[in-house]
Write a protein that binds this ligand. Structure first.
Ligand code: ACO
Length: 428
């Protein structure tokens, strides 16, 4: 028998259905709350207790440190899959057959040209512009050159919009880096796989051949998979809510990039390295910074620590920590900030402030150390995160459109002035 939950207010009782997910997550469905009660709403700043949708894409259990895409564990996918396979899985629901994967990549390659006029837009930015701002702007600018990707009323139109973005976004990422490095803007090499092509587009120097290093390629593949989706986080919720107004895919993703930029979200990977560098330059005294992080009068936070959902450990952080060791060893890179990071982690995990608040390293605590070893500049870290998250954002946007979700429009509890008379400026 289906369960109900009862709210009692002013002596009246109201019943609401209880929804149970496939992993037994339980939610009280309050769709009819306002109608039934004559205006009652729920109040939940930061949406800590609010489910915004039903979704069949990613399952996450923060208490047990579980993350699965479409039912497959993140550990297995990071070990065995290619990023493009994971993109297909997230967006279309199943792992692709070889034929399906080949077709996907063939379609992507056909769309990988970015209009030359876009280069003028990029040229307008100063070299000092933050790459996330540049990427968000360029993604939005793509709309002007691909207007057919805006209204996606048929399956075919939706598929084409998705392919265009999977194809053109890596070019924009590479151009953002090349502009920063003062290098000519280039297109890819369609004889290479999706990830190898990204590397070549980013790093090929004008007068040299570029050989993809398999260690670098495999590390990037893994990092992109680990970042590919994370259910209803800040940027994904942004993508869904912008898309819910039927703004097109590119506009929704551009908004998601802006949301990801913040240091409390994807920007944390840049903030972590800057913090570790700062600690190193300040003599490497990790205890001092632990003290700052615990001091409520001090705005300093241990970047890369804590997570809204993971309250035990972040499974991605475990994979990345091991990967950081492996990649640095294989590439023969010695990075002193890795030791500082390990020292900070050890101290935090033994400190009651962090233990009591269930604060553990998150995905971004070690990712920057790997990006750095791969030769990616610090300001590009969050761009790399966006590249990884792209398939997740697309999958969530597609699901939202296919489920015909209503426009996102939360309510509020008004706490301002009551009605008052207008005062002429001379009397204020
Ligand atoms: N350093 C020190 N104290 C912290 C930290 C931290 N990194 N994170 C949380 N706390 C403390 C808070 O001060 C608070 O303490 P209190 O209960 O005494 O007031 C308690 O832990 C709970 O923190 P909240 O901010 O309420 O937790 P919330 O779920 O809202 O925030 C967040 C999660 C934003 C990730 C937070 O932990 C944080 O700012 N971390 C650092 C930034 C970061 O690494 N972000 C990346 C997240 S992963 C991602 O987006 C990809």
């Amino acid at each position: 028998m289906s369960k109900t939950a009862t709210i009692e207010l002013d002596g009246k009782k109201y019943d609401f259905p209880v929804v149970v997910g496939t992993e037994n997550e339980v939610a009280i469905e309050i769709k009819s709350l306002r109608g039934d009660t004559g205006g009652l709403i729920t109040l939940d700043p930061g949406y800590k207790n609010t489910g915004s949708c039903k979704s069949a894409i990613t399952f996450l259990n923060g208490e047990e440190g579980i993350l699965r895409y479409r039912g497959y564990s993140i550990e297995e996918l990071a070990e065995k899959a290619s990023f493009l396979e994971v993109a297909y899985l997230l967006i279309f629901g199943e792992l692709p057959t070889q034929d399906q994967l080949d077709k996907l990549y063939k379609d992507i390659k056909k769309e990988s040209h970015v209009d030359e006029e876009m280069k003028k837009i990029l040229d307008g930015f100063p070299k000092s512009a933050h790459p996330m701002g540049v990427l968000s702007s360029l993604t939005s600018a793509l709309i002007a050159f691909n207007p057919s990707a805006v209204n996606v009323d048929s399956d075919e139109e939706m598929y084409n919009a998705i392919i265009k973005l999977l194809a053109k976004f890596p070019v924009l990422v590479a151009w953002t880096l090349r502009k920063k490095n003062g290098q000519p803007l280039d297109y890819g090499d369609s004889s290479l796989g999706y990830v190898d092509n990204i590397l070549k587009m980013m790093f090929k120097k004008p007068h040299e051949n570029y050989e993809v290093d398999p260690v670098v390629s495999s590390a990037l593949n893994k990092l992109l998979i680990l970042h590919a989706d994370h259910e209803q986080n800040c940027s994904t919720s942004t993508v869904r809510i912008v898309g819910s107004s039927h703004a097109g895919l590119f506009a929704s993703i551009s908004a998601g990039i802006s949301a990801l930029w913040g240091p409390l979200h994807g920007g944390a990977n840049q903030a972590v390295i800057e913090m570790l560098e700062g600690i190193k330059q300040d003599g490497g005294d990790t205890k001092k910074y632990m003290g700052k992080a615990k001091d409520k009068e001090d705005p300093f936070r241990l970047m890369g620590f804590g997570h809204r959902v993971y309250k035990n450990f972040d499974p991605r952080a475990k994979i990345i920590k091991k990967s950081a060791d492996d990649v640095l060893n294989q590439l023969g890179v010695e990075d002193p900030v890795l030791d500082i990071a390990k020292g900070l982690e050890k101290e935090a995990l033994e400190d009651s402030y962090f233990v009591d608040r269930k604060l553990y390293p998150n995905v971004d605590f070690y990712s920057g150390i790997i990006y750095r070893a791969l030769g990616i500049p610090t300001e590009m870290f969050t761009v790399m995160f966006a590249l990884g998250r792209l398939p997740g954002w697309i999958a969530q946007w597609r699901e939202m459109r296919l489920e015909k979700e209503p426009i996102g429009r939360p309510r509020q509890v008004y706490t301002g002035e009551n009605l008052r008379d207008f005062k002429d400026i001379s009397k204020r």
